[in-house]
Design a protein around this ligand. Structure first.
Ligand SMILES: Cc1cc2nc3c(=O)[nH]c(=O)nc-3n(C[C@H](O)[C@H](O)[C@H](O)COP(=O)(O)OP(=O)(O)OC[C@H]3O[C@@H](n4cnc5c(N)ncnc54)[C@H](O)[C@@H]3O)c2cc1C
Length: 426
């Protein structure tokens, strides 16, 4: 492979095949350019469904989609699987692990975020984050192995082998706790009828005074009840101080015997941001202007979770959401196409679809921009509609409808088998 473009067309180099990177690539379909997308994986991860994968409700291919499939038929697009190690903005060159560097005419940085353990002792070694496909499979296999161990050695249940502590009272923590509790009280209670469910606790810990601080009171009350109905124990106003393979210690001094700690408490920008040599905003995110480009670098777009994009209407930094990532990606693709055709780019306008989260089967909450709220089954349908739109192709949407409706109707967790992922990389 050469550093420069193999045709006389300008090269648009897209780093990351998440919602933002794929959205940008697809909008460049008709552009007079070579579109090169590089990701360390050969698949796109649909993160909102990671809980369903971690709890055996969906299988890998419902959550990971081949990146090559997503640009099939797109004559100007190429996919490479490689890890980005360095971005040299002055040389307009990107370097990779095990692949020759590539130069660019336009660069799209869409590398997402990574988990932030906030320096918690033992968390990098022992916590289970929920950010990648591998994270979800690893958590599923760990949980299933714990039940198998207790089946062979029942005394381990008294040492907290089946207890799970979930950290974080935002959507990731609440959704993980709800999904894990449904797995425990549903299939696993049937799989292991001799095991006392009272020794299989799911405990949700939030440092702030309440869960779901971004939602209105009625949605919070609904969420607390939906979690209690699933026998999730909620502890607010306390934080995790340290974790070992068998215990979680809270800042208050409380020690919980638990062999599983799920981390849903925070994100930070992808570490590649440090190599860019630009000022970083809160959470290591990169600030961009109204057209989503870097100041003084009009050829560099930064999108999705890695970017701090200010909403032109509310003047607030937009949250790290799939719809923000997809819309910013599509905007960048359109903007570059316009510039390549000699037209002026337009500023980015975010269309807010509302804030939403699912707590479990038939239990979800939605808060619209104007303040209108929905809960229960109606909210779950709204969640499904908004999230279907995030899927990259019509085939994916059709498959998702079959998978989701099948999972909702039968509630069978056919994915609850263990295929060791030991040592697999993220
Ligand atoms: C568990 C969970 C649940 C969520 N639920 C929802 C939800 O219900 N609704 C919603 O709207 N949003 C949800 N989100 C947020 C949403 O998924 C993100 O905002 C969105 O995925 C961000 O898209 P992105 O394209 O910016 O980054 P990502 O989707 O993270 O994509 C980044 C890509 O960059 C690649 N990459 C990273 N580093 C490198 C490197 N060094 N070299 C090569 N490739 C690299 C990664 O492999 C990845 O494919 C959820 C997130 C999580 C973790």
């Amino acid at each position: 492979m050469t550093g420069g473009s193999e045709t006389s067309r300008p090269r648009v180099l897209i780093l990351g095949g998440g919602f933002a990177g794929v959205g940008a690539a697809q909008k460049l379909k008709d552009a007079e350019a070579d579109v090169v997308l590089v990701d360390k994986h050969d698949y796109h991860t649909f993160q909102p469904l990671l809980y369903q994968l971690a709890t055996g409700l969906l299988e890998e291919t419902a959550v990971g989609h081949s990146l090559r499939d997503l640009v099939h038929g797109q004559e100007n697009a190429t996919i490479h699987q490689a890890t980005i190690t360095e971005v040299d903005l002055d040389a307009r060159e990107v370097r990779f692990d095990g692949m020759e560097p590539l130069t660019y005419d336009y660069l799209v940085v869409a590398l997402g975020a990574e988990v932030n353990f906030f320096g918690t002792d033992g968390a990098p070694e022992h916590a289970f984050p929920m950010y990648t496909l591998v994270d979800a499979v690893r958590l599923k296999e760990h949980v299933l192995q714990k039940w198998q161990e207790v089946d062979r050695h029942p005394e381990l249940a008294d040492q907290g082998a089946l207890n799970i502590v979930v950290v974080g009272g935002g959507p990731t923590g609440v959704e993980s706790a709800g999904a894990l509790a449904e797995l425990y009280r549903g299939e696993l209670s049937k799989d292991y009828p001799a095991i006392d469910q009272a020794k299989a606790r799911v405990i949700l810990v939030e440092a702030g005074p309440q869960l779901f601080s971004m939602f209105k009171d009625d949605l919070r009350t609904y969420t607390e009840k939906a979690l209690a109905d699933r026998s999730v124990e909620v502890m607010v106003g306390d934080a995790v101080a340290s974790v070992t393979p068998t215990q979680v210690t809270l800042k208050s001094g409380t020690v919980i015997d638990a062999h599983t700690l799920v981390w849903g408490a925070g994100l930070q920008g992808n570490p590649v941001v440090h190599a860019l040599g630009v000022d970083l905003e809160r959470g290591n995110r990169i600030g961009v202007g109204p057209d989503l480009v870097l100041r003084d670098r009009p050829e560099v777009y930064v999108l999705g979770d890695i970017a701090a994009i200010t909403d032109e209407k509310t003047k607030q930094v937009l949250p790290q959401l799939g719809s923000v990532a997809l819309q910013s990606g599509e905007h960048a693709g359109e903007s570059i196409s316009r510039r390549l055709a000699g037209d002026e780019p337009k500023p980015f306008k975010y269309a807010d679809k509302g804030t939403m989260a699912t707590i479990g089967r038939g239990a979800a909450v939605v808060q619209m921009l104007g303040g209108r709220t929905m809960k229960g089954k109606k909210a779950q349908v709204a969640w499904g509609t908004v999230h279907l739109a995030l899927l990259p192709t019509n085939e994916d949407r059709a498959k998702a409808v079959v998978d989701w409706v099948g999972a909702t109707l039968t509630h069978q967790r056919t994915g609850r088998i263990t295929v060791s992922t030991g040592g697999a990389e993220n």
